[in-house]
Design a protein around this ligand. Structure first.
Ligand code: NDP
Ligand code: MG
Length: 393
């Protein structure tokens, strides 16, 4: 591939865990990929380092207004880089005329508008931010259909399903099974969970990720969000989406077809594999990390998930059956509860209680448009926040 035919990438959330792994993938394939735009919430010092290391970067967006002002006065960016601020800055980057693919790896739902902007402009959307699909999946999928843009899942399990179903008619898929490592507490006695600290919850056995998703892995809300994400991405019914515990995180998902045959996708637990797949799609090339060494692989275990230990999974299943606005409320209440837990305001076991209480308070309905979904998101945040004092440590 000549330099001019390289895929040009915009990376939103460049300073985070997915962002750093994406930079490793881009650095491994300078002949195939070129970084042209980057964005973050406030870490402008790291954005400046990234811009200096990638001469193709001409546009940088900083979401936070104070950090944007600080970035402008720091003069740390190369002279040919234009700085943009706020959500408008992110939206501008998502529609950069020179970009081919926009990778959205902004934690939470702040990347929703930029993701929709990228699809509207016909860009390939490589999507890591699962919360966006849980909040507004119906509208994101409709935007992709309307523009014909490709939506490439970056979340490892969904990227695995995407790979397994290629070339198979959707009517032949009977169900999908996402694997879950079980998070930090999969082997803890249930009685000890009442005394979990923030430091305990941030120790993930297999993956190194940002704090929010690491807590979500410990409660299994991450798997709940992923089941909802899968339902939406692949157009499945709730009863076709399953999760299974797989402590090794080597098999990322399995697809079962109507004849009972299953296809699985395997690779080491490193996000560089799904990120590279999404960025190079449909091409393949040697990756950043070494592939599996089957002479060293001892065993692959699978066991059912204990929903009594992980109520966030049970709640996700209820939400999938309810449909409509329920997933948006689940996601918003979970974000509030996780932030309160990380700030030391509520105990670990209160996270599902905050979400349950929010879901019970709000009546589910079918949102007619994006504004209705955003109103549910705001209302669920308000209800969840007002319930926090009940659960204080
Ligand atoms: P991190 O917390 O490590 O990073 C978050 C990134 O988002 C940072 O670059 C942060 O910038 C940026 N950000 C936050 N808010 C905004 C905003 N309003 N505007 C612009 N940028 C913003 O998160 P992860 O990388 O772990 O996760 C990112 C997303 O990917 C999440 O949705 C997660 O669920 C999903 N995901 C992550 C996986 C992983 O392995 N980490 C696996 C699968 C999915 P700053 O540094 O300035 O705060
Ligand atoms: Mg995942």
């Amino acid at each position: 591939m000549s330099a001019s035919s390289r895929k040009r990438i915009v990376l939103l959330g460049a300073t985070g865990s997915i962002g750093e792994n994406t930079l490793r993938v881009i650095a491994t394939h300078p002949d195939k990929l070129e970084l042209v735009g980057i964005a973050a919430h406030s870490n402008h010092a790291r954005l400046a380092e990234i811009a200096r290391a990638h001469p193709g970067v001409r546009h940088v967006a900083v979401f936070d207004h104070a950090a944007f002002a600080a970035a402008k006065s720091a003069h740390a960016f190369p002279a040919d880089v234009a700085l943009h601020g706020g959500l408008a800055g992110l939206n501008f980057l998502a529609q950069l005329p020179e970009a081919d693919t926009v990778l959205v790896a902004v934690v939470g739902t702040a990347g929703l508008e930029p993701a929709l902007a990228a699809l509207a402009a016909g860009k390939n959307l490589a999507l890591a931010s699962k919360e966006i699909l849980v909040l507004a999946g119906k509208f994101v999928m409709a935007a992709a259909r309307a523009s014909g843009a490709k939506l490439l899942p970056v979340d490892s399990e969904h990227n695995a399903v995407f790979q397994c179903i290629q070339g198979h008619p959707s009517a032949d898929v009977s169900r999908i099974v996402l694997t879950a490592s079980g998070g930090a507490f999969r082997d803890w006695p249930v009685e000890k969970l009442a005394h979990v600290t923030v430091a305990d919850a941030l120790k993930h056995p297999n993956w190194s990720m940002g704090p929010k998703i690491t807590v979500d892995s410990a409660t299994l809300a991450n798997k709940g969000l992923e089941l909802i994400e899968a339902q939406c991405l692949f157009g499945l019914r709730a009863d076709q989406c399953h999760a299974v515990l797989h402590p090794q995180s080597i098999v990322h998902a399995l697809v079962e077809f109507t004849d009972g045959a299953m296809l699985a996708q395997l690779c080491p637990p490193s996000m560089t594999f799904p990120i590279q797949h999404a960025l190079l799609h449909p091409a393949r090339a040697p990756g950043v990390d070494a592939p599996l060494d089957l002479t060293k692989l001892l065993s692959l275990e699978f066991r059912p998930v204990d929903e009594a230990r992980f109520p966030m999974l049970r709640l996700a299943r209820e939400v999938m059956h309810a449909g409509g606005s329920a997933p948006a409320a689940y996601n918003a209440a979970n974000e509030i509860a996780v932030a309160a837990f990380l700030a030391g305001h509520i105990p670990f076991l209160a996270i599902p209680q905050v979400v349950d209480k929010t879901l019970q308070t709000l009546t589910s309905f079918e949102p007619a448009d994006l504004a209705a979904v955003l109103a549910v998101d705001a209302e669920a945040r308000r209800v969840a926040t007002s319930s926090l004092p009940t659960f204080r440590v």
